[in-house]
Design a protein around this ligand. Sequence first.
Ligand code: RB5
Length: 143
Amino acid sequence: MIAIGSDHAGYEMKLAIIEHLKKRGEQFEDFGCYSNESVDYPEYGKKVAHAVASGEYEKGILICGTGIGISITANKVKGIRAALCGDCFSAEATRLHNDANILALGARAIGTGLAEKIVDTFLDTEFSGDERHARRIRMMEED
Ligand code: RB5
């Protein structure tokens, strides 16, 4: 199950990604926002981050204008590893190495076609499970 959310700047791209998720046969829940009206991205970043951190949702997708504000917000929630990706190499690497559980996209930075490919790569790549990567992920949670 995928939790998806955006602010107003990411709203149109989110609609396209939702259609893409439907084509892939993915189960998802849209945590808002639900229009182009200006909203505050931390509200939606937190909603999706808490949904994923709870364990109820396996992965999350967050979209704002740059992908930066919403990923910074999500990464403040314990257990969240949100990766802002603008290319497929990064999307693959962050799954393999970081076991990222949220993908952040910048709707003003990349086009929808690329965003869909990045989503595919993120969802289709498993964590490598390598000990060194698992150790580094554990270290992220330490003070
Ligand atoms: C909204 O104008 C914009 O600041 C937001 O979508 C995002 O880019 C913030 O990081």
